[in-house]
Design a protein around this ligand. Structure first.
Ligand SMILES: [Zn+2]
Length: 422
């Protein structure tokens, strides 16, 4: 008898260890710690879930026009490799818009049994172009830190300047994404704060992602994180940020509070073959577990869908917990229309670090009034009128998107100009 108990114990211990070894998202682990430390918060979260369930029952899938979420990416680096490029960050935004817009290249074929559950979430992500003080921004901050790397005990420090990190921007108006060198001895790719915690811990709100799991170029997939090379860590973490749970409900045959995701007995990894675990012990259909869901633990190239039920839950979270972001001033679309420059006008470099060269090679372009306007159409600087060769000094202006306008009797033109001193 004792021997049998020992065997069961060993089996359980091995199972737990193997589960721990596979953990690549810290969201649920962090949440469980908070709930264990503060039972009053656990009670509050349960209460909020009831309100949310009521909301979902009363207002099923309300169609709303595309929601635009302004994003700020905070890069924390010590070594140059960790100071990832703008290109890598922009590749992440592109992936998010494909995944949430259901335009991802690897989406299921329409003959697949799960295709009918797939949909576009109607949520769009844009790098912020206005910062919390109302100034133009590239939507990217870069902070040099003295930290070699961040281990699990220090994950939250990433969010505080006092601990070597950087504070978040108003989380009711921006999605904050910190990119940092998380301890490479850990499998953790990133984590997010669930939206029902926003009112209690606003300064923690956002996502933290290791630089090797952000976007799909640059350091993406490097240092042994090859299966996280396509930018889907952020897709998964934003799922949490908008209130989704893992599809196995973080327990054996757990509940993810979504009806159309198929019950799963635990997380899946790599990329199983369909159907995977058909008619499993938790009651899945003959189609088995939905391992291609963004809220599983499969590899980036395997994931391809959110379900309609998950999208409803995300939309409910936007309405109940994150409604202020729907009217955020963090992103404004340009009010100026860009038109083609005549071939006798050259403006370079663009993007510029602050000094712009202007060459006019035909007299039709001379004596044009030069002004620089911001994305709201407000004139921020004027430079007199054009001569053949000019150097325009914009050193004192903050980084951001501007339009350079040239006007004379012959022509009237606007060119988008980016100031970026990174
Ligand atoms: Zn997760």
């Amino acid at each position: 008898m004792k021997k049998r108990l020992l065997l069961i114990y060993l089996l359980l211990a091995t199972k737990m260890l193997s589960l721990q070894a596979q953990e690549k998202c810290y969201t649920a682990i962090r949440r469980a710690k908070i709930e264990a430390d503060k039972p009053e918060l656990k009670a509050l979260f349960e209460q909020k879930e009831q309100v949310l369930q009521q909301f979902l029952a009363e207002k099923p899938y309300a169609k709303r026009n595309n929601t635009v979420i302004p994003v700020v990416v905070h890069v924390l680096y010590k070594l140059e490799e960790e100071n990832i490029s703008d290109e890598q960050i922009r590749s992440q935004i592109k992936v998010l818009n494909e995944d949430f817009g259901f335009t991802n290249k690897n989406k299921l074929d329409d003959s697949h049994a799960f295709y009918k559950y797939c949909a576009a979430a109607g949520i769009e992500f844009k790098l912020a172009n206005i910062d919390p003080s109302g100034n133009p921004t590239s939507g990217i901050t870069r902070t040099k830190t003295t930290k070699d790397f961040w281990n699990e005990e220090e994950f939250e420090d990433v969010k505080f300047s006092d601990y070597g990190g950087v504070n978040n921007w108003d989380p009711s108006s921006y999605l904050n994404i910190w990119v940092a060198n998380l301890d490479t001895s850990s499998d953790i790719l990133g984590f997010a704060i669930l939206p029902d915690e926003l009112s209690k811990n606003p300064e923690h709100d956002g996502l933290v992602i290791r630089h090797e799991a952000l976007g799909n170029v640059g350091t993406a997939g490097k240092n042994g994180y090859g299966s996280a090379n396509l930018g889907r860590t952020a897709t998964h973490e934003i799922g949490h940020w908008l209130n989704l749970k893992h599809i196995w409900g973080d327990a054996v045959c757990g509940n993810d509070l979504v009806a159309d995701t198929e019950p799963a007995d635990s997380s899946n990894s790599d990329c199983p073959k369909f159907p995977h675990h058909p008619k499993n012990s938790c009651g899945s259909s003959e189609n088995g577990e939905m391992f291609m869901n963004y809220m599983d633990y499969t590899s980036d190239d395997c994931m391809s869908m959110f379900t309609i039920g998950q999208i409803e839950r995300m939309k409910a979270a936007l309405s109940l917990y994150r409604s202020k972001i729907l009217t955020s001033k963090g992103y404004v679309s340009a009010t100026i229309t860009e038109n083609e420059l005549p071939n006798y006008v050259e403006i370079y470099p663009n993007p510029s670090k602050g000094t712009i060269n202007l060459h006019i090679t035909n007299e039709a372009g001379l004596n044009a009034f030069i002004s620089l306007v911001d994305i709201f159409g407000k004139t921020v600087k004027t430079f007199g009128t054009t001569t053949n060769k000019m150097s325009l000094n914009c050193e004192e202006l903050p980084n951001g998107v501007y339009f350079i306008q040239l006007q004379n009797a012959e022509f009237n033109t606007s060119l988008k100009l980016i100031l970026n001193r990174e």
